[in-house]
Design a protein around this ligand. Structure first.
Ligand SMILES: Nc1ncnc2c1ncn2[C@@H]1O[C@H](COP(=O)(O)OP(=O)(O)O)[C@@H](O)[C@H]1O
Ligand SMILES: [Mg+2]
Length: 268
């Protein structure tokens, strides 16, 4: 049993993951990943495309089995998906046949809450993501940014302890992305959930995070974990600050080295 007086957030120890397709070769996606995500912190994962970021996120979510090593949260070992961990995907993953309100009620239903209380709560999360007035709209009638707001509200409405976000703003235009980043920070300051946020945008990672882990080219390992902390200040001019741009450049160099590594042909 975990001791509730000692918050652990997420503790990953020696996690490796292999994909073994029925036909084709086995792919080692993760190798000996050990990582601690502090309770209530915003932690970004950066790394070259194909290095195993999504795999790591889905292992934490319980959607992929833990093959080697372990993942522990404050609630114990991760073996399955659970309502304590909510996921937001790049492609929104809303039910297209349900309205915004119905999509969000689905998130609340996962908590076993129904009726008037569920509707009040749904409205709270709709207002929180600034979708007030679009309750009866279907996802297909909304812009990409609005669909991602609805997806975020649906996940938040289930009130998970841990929010797992897989390049959630990757499909949005630069302007919408920037607004969504600001709003996500605003929401996170209120909810103080533990967030694991996968992105390939270094500035986004530095802007949002307490800590940033840079992963190696496949098989993914944690190369380095750095602390950031610009997210605590709520400074709208942060993108122009020299200490901010310096850290973005520093981390970009690390990611760049891994991207180059990923491009290098494997020795014969
Ligand atoms: N279902 C799967 N079957 C086989 N290989 C997979 C599967 N999913 C991902 N992979 C491989 O595992 C590696 C890591 O993938 P992924 O976690 O999606 O990387 P990232 O999210 O960092 O781009 C990649 O080489 C990818 O091709
Ligand atoms: Mg991915």
């Amino acid at each position: 049993m975990t001791d509730p007086s000692v918050p652990t957030g997420i503790v990953i120890t020696g996690l490796s993951h292999d994909y073994t397709p029925r036909a084709g070769t086995r792919v080692r996606a993760l190798e000996d990943v050990s990582l601690t995500v502090a309770t209530g912190s915003f932690h970004a994962l950066l790394g070259p495309s194909g290095c195993g970021k999504s795999t790591l996120l889905y292992c934490i979510g319980g959607f992929l089995p833990v093959q080697t090593g372990s993942i522990r949260t404050d609630r114990g070992l991760v073996t399955d998906p659970g309502p304590d961990r909510g996921v937001v995907f790049q492609n929104f993953a809303l039910f297209p046949w349900k309205t915004v309100l119905q999509n969000i009620l689905y998130g609340i239903g996962k908590r076993g809450i129904r009726g008037a209380e569920a509707r009040d709560r749904a409205q709270h999360f709709i207002d929180l993501v600034h979708l007030t007035g679009f309750e009866a709209s279907f996802p297909g009638q909304l812009s990409g940014g609005m669909q991602q707001r609805a997806a975020l509200a649906r996940t938040l409405a289930a009130e998970p302890d841990i929010l797992l976000m897989d390049e959630p703003f990757g499909a949005l235009d630069a302007q919408t992305r920037r607004i969504m980043q600001e709003e996500l920070l605003g929401i996170w300051r209120q909810t103080r959930q533990t967030v694991v946020f996968v992105t390939h945008d270094v500035a986004e990672a530095v802007y949002l995070s307490d800590a940033i882990s840079v992963m190696s080219a496949r098989p993914g390992r944690i190369r380095r974990t750095l602390s950031a902390g610009f997210n605590r200040a709520a400074d709208p001019a942060v993108f122009k600050r020299p200490d901010f741009t310096e850290q973005v450049e520093l981390i970009w160099q690390m990611v760049r080295a891994e991207v180059d590594d990923a491009r290098r042909p494997a020795p014969a």
